[in-house]
Ligand binder design. Structure first.
Ligand code: NAP
Length: 544
């Protein structure tokens, strides 16, 4: 018997060391998982790196941070009381408001007592003799659990690119995904913003309004649609809440888990005038709804080009300097194949006298100097650097943990050529190891809260099934996994997504395998498959 088994309480901390389940992460996924595990009567320990709950919304405190899914949809649906009582204040929730919400949930459901903060899971090894996971943390915890559940988030391993000289920079530097908790004041400063994805696009207008000068270092321009964020009147909320359950049900029956106006027409089913009218109307309503103007925008390059050109023309009409406008126009990927951004005044920001767009595609950053940075063709004196350079997405937060399954097999080695999972939920050779919104599930292509709820509920139902049938171990079969990986790739190949060098493809991390990470078959279809698997007695899984 392992020593952990003999000492269920740690002699020094007096903390228990044996649990039914360990959950890594206390964001939206970890909190709901904890709640459901408790309902099953299981003992649980959640380890969370931050000194508070909230995951993404705990770390991403950068200026302008805001969700691009509307408030009424980007929230839990599993408690009618919760969804009725919580009041949102804006159409799109700001980071601080979501963090308040998630803290409210932690208190309301008394979740904190099973969460250990400021503790990162560093290693987990499956002991086949005792059929338990032995979990280690950076705080020296050594615990064992029957089930290990990764609620580590798809966008939580922030990435600062290797930049020569960064350690000698005399000013301050920040990453949007690991922002300080105290306010950062850029007043009077010359600030560099590196990266123009969703984070950079949200941060730029807010930093520009404060800084003496903002330099936006752009390698690849992105498409962004205005949010037209506004206060959310109490009356409107009340109306929505009258039919909350029905709205949620309808959302779960869509490809993205979000209520958009999904068109049933192709871009060329209508005349040029009609097409432009549709794009105009959607631009005026704002948000990612724009990309659903026609049902073939992700399938046909020709159709996609019409939407892309519409946005490029908008950029040309907003940005006064034609050279700057042209530089902001994306040409190297179909619209939507990199995550579409949703902004507030992004393009207008480039009309300000204190903002300069720097093209680092043609003149790359060569080094950071003590007082700024040098590109191939220019030298910039700077007080602060802001990296909005993204994440080691979907797999990064799992693989930074040393996970070893049956026979000591290392997960990072198993996934060296790209992640392999069955349904994005489990991976063969790693019994009782679940991933919430893992690779091969719709995750980042959806309203992630909807995907989280579906995964948590699937896992909870599975554990209940095991309890009722006195099963101790569940595992995905290699055969089912192979089929699923093939299916995930096959579906992605039918779309325009793989044509973009996006983080969906792992293309933003040097050396990361080029594999389309999420499942693009649609949330509604995916959850149907998950239900069928259960109905067919957990097809593709074995129990022991
Ligand atoms: P991102 O989309 O990966 O964008 C990173 C940016 O940094 C890109 O413009 C990239 O250029 C640039 N970059 C990376 N390495 C660089 C280097 N070495 N030199 C120069 N530029 C470099 O990251 P993100 O903006 O943090 O967004 C990630 C995801 O988080 C989003 O797609 C979205 O899913 C989520 N998010 C959502 C919201 C929201 O809900 N509103 C807000 C923020 C983030 P290249 O394109 O050339 O690689």
């Amino acid at each position: 018997m392992n020593s952990l088994q003999r000492h269920p309480v740690d002699a020094h901390s007096n903390r228990p060391t044996e649990f039914d389940a360990v959950v890594a992460g206390a964001g939206f996924a970890g909190l709901y998982m904890l709640h459901r595990l408790r309902e099953l009567g299981l003992s649980v320990r959640v380890f969370e790196m931050g000194d508070g709950v909230g995951g993404t919304w705990y770390w991403n405190r950068y200026p302008g941070a805001r969700c691009d899914v509307e408030s009424m949809q980007y929230s839990y649906s599993w408690s009618e009381e919760l969804q009725q009582e919580w009041q949102w204040t804006e159409r799109y929730p700001a980071q601080a408001e979501i963090l308040r919400y998630i803290n409210h949930v932690a208190d309301r459901f008394d979740l904190r007592r099973d969460i250990q903060l400021e503790t990162a899971v560093t290693a987990a090894r499956y002991d086949e003799n005792i059929e338990r996971w032995l979990v280690e943390t950076d705080r020296g915890d050594r615990v064992s659990a029957k089930f290990l559940i990764m609620a580590t988030g798809c966008l939580s391993a922030a990435r600062v690119p290797d930049m020569k000289g960064l350690e000698y920079f005399r000013g301050k530097w920040y990453h949007t995904g690991d922002w300080p908790h105290e306010p950062v004041d850029f007043t009077g400063q010359r600030v560099a913003l590196i990266g123009t994805g969703s984070s950079g696009i949200q941060a730029a207008p807010v930093i520009a309004a404060q800084a003496a000068h903002l330099y936006v270092f752009q390698r690849t321009p992105n498409f962004t649609i205005p949010a037209w964020n506004e206060p959310l009147p109490a009356e409107k909320q009340k109306e929505w809440k009258k039919n909350y359950a029905e709205h949620r049900r309808k959302a779960r029956d869509t490809r993205s888990g979000i209520l958009y106006e999904y068109s049933q027409r192709g871009a060329f089913d209508v005349s040029e005038e009609e097409r432009q009218r549709e794009f105009e109307a959607r631009w005026a309503r704002g948000g990612a709804n724009f990309t659903h103007a026609f049902n073939d925008l992700f399938l046909s390059k020709k159709s996609n080009d019409t939407a892309a050109e519409f946005v490029r023309n908008k950029i040309r009409s907003i940005v006064r300097d034609p050279k700057v406008a042209e530089l902001l126009c994306p040409h190297n990927h179909p619209i939507g194949t990199k995550r579409i951004c949703v902004d507030t005044d992004y393009y207008k920001t480039f009309n300000r006298d204190n903002v300069t767009l720097v093209d680092i595609r043609h003149s790359p950053i060569e080094e950071i100097t003590p007082s700024g940075l040098c590109t191939r063709d220019g030298k910039y004196e700077l007080d602060s650097l802001v990296f909005a350079t993204g994440y080691d997405a979907v797999t990064g937060s799992i693989l930074r943990i040393d996970v070893r399954g049956r026979g000591g097999r290392v997960l990072a080695e198993k996934w060296a050529e790209g992640p392999r999972t069955y349904l994005g939920l489990m991976t063969a050779g790693f019994p009782n190891f679940f991933i919430i919104t893992g690779p091969g599930s719709p995750s980042v292509l959806t309203n992630v809260v909807v995907s989280i709820e579906q995964h948590v509920e699937w896992i909870a139902a599975c554990l209940r099934h095991m309890k009722e049938n006195q099963e101790d171990v569940i595992e995905a079969t290699p055969h089912a996994e192979n089929h699923w990986v093939e299916h995930v790739n096959e579906v992605a190949e039918k779309t325009l997504f793989p044509s973009a060098n996006s983080w969906y493809m792992g293309a933003n991390i040097p050396g990361k395998p080029r594999v389309f990470l999420p499942y693009v078959g649609g949330f509604n279809n995916y959850s149907k498959i998950c239900n069928e698997v259960v109905a067919e007695n957990y097809r593709g899984f074995t129990f022991g």
